[in-house]
Structures are given as C-alpha cells and as structure tokens.
Design a protein around this ligand. Structure first.
Ligand code: FAD
Length: 359
C-alpha cells in the first residue's frame, strides 16, 4: 500500500524547500540526493532574499557592486546588494524549518496525487514538482514536459579574496560566452555559460581560471539554465523553479524565482490542506500569479537572443546605456518585480497571498 501524506514535494532544493516551508501537516520531501548535496549554481542571490527569509546566517559575502567587463572597459553597476552563500547550510537550515519527512530516492514519475519512486509509491492530495529542469514527469513524457533550455554553464571554486560580482563578456561569434567570478569569503566561484547551450566549455574554463591567476579549476559542476517560462500547472501539480522554466533569461538568476514562486505555491497548497480553498482554485490562482510575471520573462527572453549575437562594440554601448541614470532605475525595478524578494517570508505564512501578486 502507498504511504499517505498531506503534501509531497518532488525535489529538495530551492523551489522545493521554499514550498515545503509553507505547508503544515504531514509533508514529504523527496530527492535523489541528500539535502544540501548536488549544488549546480554559484549560489548568488539578492541579499533581500536571505534577509526576508531570515537566513542571513548562511551568507559567505555581501556584494554592493556588479562589475561588467567588456573588452575595453569595466562598468560598475550599483543597484541592490547581492550575496554569495553556502548552499549546503542554506538547504539544511531551511529543511530543518519545514518539519517535513525526507526520503532519498529517484522519482520515476509524479502526477496528481501519486509519486512513483525506486523506493515505492507515495500518495498525497497535493503534489509539487520542484525537480529542476529535469522535471519529475515520466520518462516518455519528459521531452514535452521540460522547459526549454537554451543556456549551459559550468563553474569551479578556488581559494581567493575579492569584492563585487564580476561578469566578463566574451567575444560574439554567434555563441557568446559569459564568464563570472563571484568571491565568497575565502574562495571565488568562477564559471562561464553560453546562451546557445554549447556545453564543451572545459577548455574555456581552464583559460579563464588561468587568466584570474587561479591555476587548474579542479572539480567542476554545472548544468542547464532554463530559458522560457512554461505553464506552471501540470497534471494537477504545482510546478516551481526550473521545472516551470522560472530561471531568468539574460542573467541566469534562478534561485530567487524558485524561492518566490516556491513559497507562493506552498501558501496556496496550505490553503487547500486547511480546507480554505479547493485544489482547482489554488492551481488556477497559482497559474495567474505566475502569468502576472510572464511579460517580464518574455522581455528578458528576447533580450537574451539579441545579446547572444550583438557585435562587441554594440554590446559595450548596451552596457553603457543600461548603466545610465535614466535607464538603470527603471530596468532595476522591472527586473526586481519579475520575482520580487519582497514576497518572501521567514516563517509559515498563514496570511493571504501578499499584495502585489495576482491570484
Ligand atoms: C553553472 C550555473 C551557475 C548558476 N548560478 C546561479 C546563481 O549564482 N544564482 C542564481 O540565482 N541562479 C544560478 N543558477 C541557476 C540556478 O541554479 C537554478 O535556476 C536553480 O537551482 C533552480 O532551483 P530549483 O529548486 O528549481 O531546481 P534545482 O536546484 O535544480 O533542484 C532540483 C532538485 O531536484 C532533485 N531531482 C531532480 N530530478 C530528480 C528525480 N528524478 N528524483 C529525485 N530528485 C530529483 C535534484 O537532486 C535537486 O535537488 C546557476 C545555474 C548553473 C547551471
């Protein structure tokens, strides 16, 4: 007989743990790895995310400046502070707040009410797919269920001390490379990504690390960035984070939207659990909450396509325009609002959906 829960969360990373935090009752989190293992990202977020979630204890370093290096100049942007943080501690601390059970196993399929895994079947009226770009759809349905993934990136870590989040724009050859160096206390997270999904990047990473004076990159991790928002409801389930294509195009910032929409989905699911809403109402509310941000995603998606092929002199001009006093405040506000950290809370929110998000 299948084990019964109030809610099952497929995936125990950013989106899944943010959702689990909002749901009371008997909640199960399932992941193929232990909580806090399998980091794919550089773990940089707007500082406000961790402040609003009361998770500042996991911060490695706060960064006031973003520095964009094009071939001829470095453009310093100062808008809202970011921070680099410790992924393992973040996940472990957030999981500890959820009160959920955890099972380490591979999910073979998830749909309304039922999750099949290599450790058996689990059932719950509420299922949230937060399994990242791979999704927890059954194998034969995965190619249709997965959000498009245009970008691919890898990164390495080496001892280093520095300030600011640094981006380096590689030359345009139809598949532009974006490099980053994010200091995080005693080390730097150095990596690169392509907007074209080109994944043979080890040689470029070695050269980049060499240029930074880091030597051999050592252990490398990474993967795909989703690049297009899809319907965040499938088979009676809430989809959060990369499983719904929520990673922001252009910047590849996927943690903030996974946390924000994870909490929104969790709050709606909690209302279903407590009998305040029907599941179909909650799913409809979630879909319209996400769709209220779809225009921002579409703008970023188009911009990413253009930036991939923009000739180098025009790219430098673009960076100057964005940094100008007339454009920067408007662009920053629009970028922030796509997945506003103001929506994040530290505890289980019993209150209705926060103002500013349609449901
Ligand atoms: C190189 C690189 C650097 C990045 N840097 C940043 C950054 O600095 N800041 C930022 O905001 N974003 C960054 N991103 C994007 C960010 O990593 C993702 O958008 C974010 O991790 C999405 O969170 P998620 O919870 O949706 O999915 P994930 O973090 O991918 O979590 C999915 C979870 O589901 C589990 N899972 C998957 N399939 C199964 C299965 N079949 N059975 C059981 N469990 C399963 C996985 O083990 C994992 O724990 C980066 C991405 C890459 C590739």
């Amino acid at each position: 007989m299948a084990e019964q829960y109030d809610a099952i969360i497929c995936g125990g990373s950013f989106g899944g743990l943010a959702a689990a935090q909002q749901i009371g009752g008997r909640v199960l989190v399932i992941d193929r790895l232990e909580i806090g293992e399998g980091e794919t990202s550089a773990s940089a977020v707007p500082l406000a995310c961790l402040e609003n979630m009361d998770m500042t204890q996991v911060i490695d370093q706060v960064h006031e400046d973003i520095i964009i290096h094009t071939r001829r100049r470095a453009q310093v942007l100062r808008f809202f502070p970011f921070c680099t943080f410790d992924y393992r501690r973040f996940c472990e601390d957030l999981f500890a707040r959820t009160g959920a059970d955890f099972v380490r196993t591979r999910i073979s399929s998830a749909r309304a009410g039922r999750v099949e895994t290599t450790a058996g079947t689990f059932e719950a009226p509420l299922v949230i797919d937060a399994a990242g770009w791979r999704t927890s759809a059954p194998k034969r349905e995965q190619s249709a269920a997965r959000a498009p993934r245009k970008s691919f990136g890898i990164e390495a870590r080496q001892p280093y001390r520095g300030e600011g989040l640094h981006f380096y724009v590689g030359p345009s050859r139809g598949s532009r490379r974006f490099y980053w160096a994010f200091p995080a206390g005693d080390h730097v997270r150095a990596g690169l990504a392509t907007y074209s999904g080109h994944s043979d990047l080890s040689g470029d990473l070695e050269r980049f690390c060499d240029d930074l004076g880091m030597g051999d990159p050592g252990a490398v991790h990474g993967g795909f960035f989703t690049s297009k928002l899809i319907d965040p409801v499938r088979d009676g389930m809430f989809l959060v984070g990369d499983s719904a294509g929520m990673c922001l195009p252009v910047s590849g910032e996927g943690i903030r939207p996974a946390l924000v929409f994870g909490q929104v989905a969790g709050r709606l699911a909690e209302r279903v659990r407590t009998g305040e809403m029907r599941l179909d109402e909650a799913l409809r509310g979630y879909r319209s909450a996400v769709e209220s941000r779809a225009k921002g995603y579409r703008v970023l998606e188009r911009l990413q396509t253009i930036l991939n092929v923009l000739p180098d002199p025009l790219f430098a001009q673009y960076a100057r325009i964005i940094a100008s006093d007339r454009v920067l405040p408007w662009a920053v506000r629009a970028y922030w609002n796509v997945a506003s950290p103001d929506l994040l809370t530290s505890g289980r929110a019993r209150d209705p959906l926060p103002a500013g998000i349609a449901a």
